[in-house]
Every structure is written in C-alpha cells, then in structure tokens.
Design a protein around this ligand. Sequence first.
Ligand code: FAD
Length: 301
Amino acid sequence: MKDVLIIGAGAAGMTAALYALRNGKSVTIVEQNNIGGQIAESPRVENFPTIMQISGTDFADQLFEQITQRGAEFAFAKITRLTKKDGYFEAESEFENFQAKSVIIACGVEHRKLGLKNEENLIGHGISYCALCDGAFYAGEDVVLIGDANTALQYALLLSSYCKSVHVVTMFDKFFGDEVLVKALKNKDNIKVTHNAKLIELVGEEQLEGLVFEKTNGEKMSLKTKALFVAIGQIPNNKTFENLVDLSKDGYIICDENMATKTPGLFVAGDCRVKKVRQLTTACADGAIAATSASSFLQTI
Ligand SMILES: Cc1cc2nc3c(=O)[nH]c(=O)nc-3n(C[C@H](O)[C@H](O)[C@H](O)COP(=O)(O)OP(=O)(O)OC[C@H]3O[C@@H](n4cnc5c(N)ncnc54)[C@H](O)[C@@H]3O)c2cc1C
C-alpha cells in the first residue's frame, strides 16, 4: 500500500508528488487523460516565475520526468469511486483499484460545453475545446472562436498564426483577459472581433458547416465555417468524491488552508478546490501544501 495516492496528473497533482517524494513517501499518481492536464493545452506560458517562456507541453513533460525519476509510480486510470475504511483509502477504476494511507484529489476542472443541439456529435468534427490540440487541422482556413477571457485570447493569437482568419465572438461588450493579450489581439490583422453576440445554433449534421448568433439587439448573424473553438470557461467534476468531501454550491471542494478536507488523510489541490485564482502558480503551491500536510498526517497514524 502506498503512502500517498494522487488523483490527477496536472500541475497540482505532479507538484504534490514531487513534495511527497522529497519527504520520503511512496507515491502513486493516477491520470485519466493527458499528463499535465490543462496546462498541456496552453501554447505559451509566460507567467511562471523564473521561466520567461515555455510551452504547456514542455512544462508538463519536464514535471512528469522530475517525478518519475524520483520514483513516482504512474497509472492511467479514471477514478470512479473513493472510500475510506479500516483507516485506509481505496480508489476504484474500471480495471484496477488503488490503496493508500492518504489521498490528494487534484482533478482540476473540465471545459464548459455550449449546451447546444448536436454539440456532442460535432466534437472532433468541427468543434474543439483545445486550439493547441486541434488548431493545426484548420491551417489556412477561416475559423471562429467564442470566449472572452485569457484562454480565448491565447487561442485566438495561436490560431491567427496559421489560420487565414479568426473571428472572435463574445457575449459581452469587452474582453475579461490580461491587457497584454487584448493588445496583442488588436494588433493582428487577421483577427476580427464581434462583441454582444450569443451562439444559438450549430449548423451541420455530421460536420460543422456554420453558426448562427443572436446579437443583443435581436439581429441574427450567420457565419460559414468548418471550425469552432470554444473557450467559455471550466466547470469542476468533483461528484465522485462527494461521499468524503464537502462541495461548494458550484461544485468545488471545500478545504482549510492546509488543503485538508473534512475526512482525515484526504487532501485537495489545484483548480478543483474553492479558490479565487486558478493558475499554474497557485496549482503548484496547493500541491506543495497538500503533500506537506499529507506527510504530517502520515506521522500521526
Ligand atoms: C488553454 C489554457 C491555457 C492556460 N494558460 C495558463 C497560463 O499561461 N498561465 C497560468 O498560470 N495558467 C494557465 N492556465 C490555467 C492552468 O493551466 C491551471 O490553472 C492549472 O494547470 C490547473 O492545474 P490542476 O492540476 O489543478 O488541474 P488540471 O490541469 O485540470 O489537472 C487535473 C487532472 O486530473 C485529471 N483527472 C480528473 N478527474 C480524474 C479522475 N477521476 N481520475 C483520474 N484523473 C482525473 C484530469 O484529466 C487532469 O489531467 C491555462 C489553462 C488553459 C485551459
């Protein structure tokens, strides 16, 4: 049985692994999808202290190498249930169960979906939530992006470097991202911006063919495009753990400043917890605190 089981190999989970390993604890880290989580979708990170610029995938790869070299055991699995009995935790997945004396939940957030008819069918057939992953498929094309914060701005800039044009459509009359990104976007000749318009219809059955928007004045706007990039925020996915943790009304895990949840031995780190700033630095900081708290807990049992 491992000392610490970490659920999620994003920045928070991998930093937690690093700190737990350096405290001499044995660690298994479990990931359902891609190593690095959200940051692996970022084309360029420029706000991590001491690193001038790095791609999200390089950041994730280096952190993964750092923890595996120090002895973290890694498993690809989606944890579907977590229980505690007789003083230890058991995490279940489809093919394998994991036992540990303490657990750190670092399962981040998921992309918010549009909630429009036929959206699920069109994912991978014109609709994408990750420009870094799918943008290159549309090199030379006219693409549309919806969203108004940092992720949307980063995606628009990336897409503009190889797409013919990028039409950014937002529901409000301004952007909510960093000024430096808004300025960069305004300087791009092939980015067009339409504010105050809401996407109401996806056109196309098996492949996206176009979009219909409704402006705040009631006017309709139709755009022909084969590609829509959606960057409208994220939502937590913590229901799996609600038997052992308290959730806020919008679904984030409640913890104290040591990242402890209401269950002894169960900690949380990163974007999946209640907090105001969801960034790489804060995810890493949470991971460090959660692992240190888990190490202290292990001394008490
Ligand atoms: C496109 C984009 C660009 C960004 N750019 C920046 C930037 O430039 N600077 C910055 O500071 N921040 C940036 N961010 C935000 C930053 O990436 C996040 O705040 C941070 O990475 C969160 O890390 P995390 O480990 O908490 O969560 P996540 O990165 O979401 O990782 C959680 C991991 O847990 C896994 N997981 C979830 N549930 C389970 C389960 N049941 N079983 C197993 N695994 C599970 C997920 O698959 C995921 O890999 C960006 C985000 C995006 C999407």
